[in-house]
Design a protein around this ligand. Structure first.
Ligand code: OGA
Ligand code: MN
Length: 276
């Protein structure tokens, strides 16, 4: 029996979950499994008007998976996504969120999912866009599916940072390069049997391909995966909570002013399957 009601948002990604409040988040024992099923089916779940505090976000997150820990203090599981360096010392790095990406692509196992709770929103801009990488794979021709089956791609932090900082200092480059690079297949064969494309800002080069040719291939695939008809754009209101399945979704923030009060409280769930 369905314990949640969902309403589709985009053509290939996104659904709004209706009828959930803080009480159900904390005490409905059937809700977590229903949410995880809906997440696998829809890629992105939107809960409007929840207005949860950090304690509720962490408690509900723990019911969905293994919550990652970043900082110290009362809620070390909460990472604040804001361009205000007073609220987050690594705010400058968050400019990388303006490009299509998959979280944690330079890690061995990327995170399973991400949850954002909107505490303050931008006056203009700052929407978050999502595109399904399962749908992107399905849209390939049979010939492409065959040709791309064995392609491997190297992902680096440097590739994603260079998109915003084309004239870095040697110190900046050294910091970027101190982060390990990671080689992944272009096509992720999930344990569920589904297949998705692994693309986004961290793609540095295609293994064994001429660099320009490889770049053109990656750019073309990303552009086709994120055409406006494939994208769900979430326009935030304070109190919204959005969860995305990082295994099957590309996402990006639409630009917003660094002086904007936009403040998202983020929890992330440890990954459960390597890209293979
Ligand atoms: C993230 C991210 C996008 C946004 O938290 O991983 O990319 O809209 N956020 O803030
Ligand atoms: Mn991200």
């Amino acid at each position: 029996m369905a314990v949640i009601t969902t309403e589709k948002l985009g053509t290939s990604v996104g659904a709004e979950v209706k009828g959930v409040d803080t009480e159900r988040l904390l005490h409905d024992d059937e809700l977590p499994a229903a949410c995880l099923d809906a997440l696998e089916a829809n890629g992105v779940l939107v809960f409007r008007d929840l207005h949860i505090d950090d304690a509720t976000q962490v408690a509900f997150s723990r019911k969905l998976g293994e919550v990652e820990v970043f900082g110290r203090g009362e809620f070390p599981e909460i990472f604040r996504v804001t361009l205000d360096p007073k609220k987050n010392p690594s705010a400058a790095y968050l400019r990388g969120t303006f490009d299509w990406h998959i979280d944690g692509c330079t890690d061995d196992i990327p995170i399973m999912a991400t949850m954002l709770s909107a505490h303050a929103v931008a006056e203009t801009g700052g929407e978050t866009e999502f595109a399904s990488t399962y749908a992107a794979y399905e849209a390939l021709s049979d010939d492409e599916k065959e040709r791309l089956a064995s392609v491997r791609v190297v992902h680096t932090i440097e590739a994603s940072q260079r998109l915003h900082n084309s004239d870095p200092s040697p110190e900046e480059v050294a910091i970027w390069r101190s982060r390990p690079s990671k080689e992944h297949p272009l096509v992720w064969r999930h344990t569920s049997g589904r297949k998705s494309l692994v693309l986004g800002a961290t793609t540095d080069h295609v293994v064994g391909m001429d660099p320009d040719e490889g770049r053109a291939l990656l750019d073309d695939l990303l552009a086709r995966s994120t055409t406006p008809d494939r994208v769900y754009r979430h326009e935030w209101s304070v109190g919204d909570v959005v969860i995305w399945d990082n295994r099957g979704v590309l996402h990006r923030a639409c630009p917003y002013d660094p002086s904007s009060p936009r403040d998202m409280h983020r929890t992330t769930f440890a990954g459960d399957e390597p890209i293979q």
